[in-house]
Ligand binder design. Structure first.
Ligand SMILES: Nc1ncnc2c1ncn2[C@@H]1O[C@H](COP(=O)(O)OP(=O)(O)OP(=O)(O)O)[C@@H](O)[C@H]1O
Length: 353
């Protein structure tokens, strides 16, 4: 698919030395009901060793974006347009063999549920060792040493014996650690973590996030962290990209987005998040309505039917004109900077505390 329209989103920064650069990415699925525009003009950058948190409600296009980076969409049924470069290499026109190699050596995925990523038929050690043999040409003996070393790094006790266990012999938290070890097997430059702690209890969640941070320091990997949980991104990420209906609606550093969010959708996400400091009875503030169908998204700003601030914008701009996302710290919204600041101070900040 080739479209030559002007991108709706400016890149996070001028094209340059970003390790991962996504430009005007479109991922459209042909279905019986029509074309699902799951990602529709997305741009972002990620530097080496940094963490980008991608947040948004279910269906906003987070996973589809990351599957596109990993080259895991079925290209016969998926139209992918735009550009994804990793360390200067264009991925959208790489063939399956090149992508498989890149998935082994340069980028790896940490899934939500270790049981779907680990095979029940092979020992944990074998599964950690395999990519090292396949992509680094290591001997079985060296790969086993590497597996034991990685199991130790991810905090599995007695790794010399646990290396021969099968996944079902590990607890949920240990399996998640083993999957992280598997992802790190070839020391990838990019880790994509899709809700890596959702399936775990809160204490184990915190341990796994700490582990990821430590390993990132040691291995220097860049991380894309996909999550519904703004608390997780606040803790882990350097930058945040807020997605809605297949597009980025706000981007900035963690501090900018969490302390002075600019988009009404981000206000909604923050308002629907439980806070430790709040009274137990204090109600959450869910975003009204539900995310739109991507078969037939609303005209103009896709968030306008759910937005409580459209009456501040003159005419029918919100329903008629798609707002663009400017470069750098930005929000794709027709409210002026002053209107946003006033609305945030008057209506949102008191509720967020
Ligand atoms: N293969 C596919 N064919 C058709 N539609 C798809 C396909 N894969 C994803 N979609 C649609 O694309 C949209 C974005 O899905 P995606 O999984 O990226 O959302 P998400 O933000 O990751 O949500 P969640 O947080 O629930 O994982 C959804 O409407 C989904 O139904």
């Amino acid at each position: 698919m080739t479209t030559q329209t002007k991108p709706d989103e400016a890149p996070a920064a001028a094209a340059g030395d970003a390790f991962l650069s996504v430009r005007d990415l479109k991922v459209h699925f042909s279905t019986e009901g029509g074309v699902v525009k799951a990602v529709d003009g997305l741009s972002f950058d990620l530097e080496r060793g940094k963490t980008l948190g991608i947040v948004g409600e279910s269906g906003s296009g987070k996973s589809v974006t990351n599957l596109a980076v990993l080259g895991l969409h079925d290209r016969r049924k998926t139209a992918i347009d735009g550009s994804i470069t990793l360390d200067g290499q264009e991925l959208t026109d790489a063939d399956e063999k090149q992508l498989e190699k890149l998935r082994g050596k340069k980028m790896a995925m940490i899934f939500q549920d270790a049981l779907t990523a680990l095979s029940p038929y092979y020992t944990v050690g074998r599964q950690i060792a395999e990519p090292f043999i396949k992509h680094n040409g290591a001997s079985k003996k060296d790969a086993r040493v590497r597996a034991i070393d990685l199991l130790e790094k991810v905090g599995i006790p007695q790794p010399q014996t646990r290396v021969d266990d099968y996944p079902h012999q590990f607890s949920g938290g240990m399996r998640q650690r083993a999957m992280i070890a598997m992802a790190l097997s070839c020391n990838p430059d990019l880790l994509i973590a899709d809700e890596p702690t959702t399936a775990l209890d809160v204490t184990v969640q915190a341990q796994i996030l700490d582990l990821l941070k430590d390993l990132q320091q040691e291995f220097g990997s860049a991380i894309i962290m996909i999550t519904h949980d703004l608390g997780v991104v606040g803790n882990m990420a350097d930058d945040i990209l807020v997605m809605y209906a297949g597009r980025a609606v706000e981007r900035g550093t963690v501090r900018e987005v969490l302390k002075s969010p600019q988009h009404p959708y981000t206000w909604g996400l923050l308002g629907s998040m439980p806070r430790l400091s709040s009274d137990v009875d204090e109600p959450l503030l869910p975003i009204p309505g539900s995310p739109p169908s991507l078969l037939n998204p609303p005209s103009g700003c896709p968030f306008h039917p759910r937005c409580g601030f459209t009456d501040l914008v003159s005419g029918s701009r919100c329903s008629g004109e798609r707002p663009t996302l400017a470069q750098g710290r930005a929000a794709a919204c027709h409210l002026t900077g002053d209107q946003r600041q006033q609305a945030f101070i008057d209506k949102i900040q008191p509720r967020l505390g």
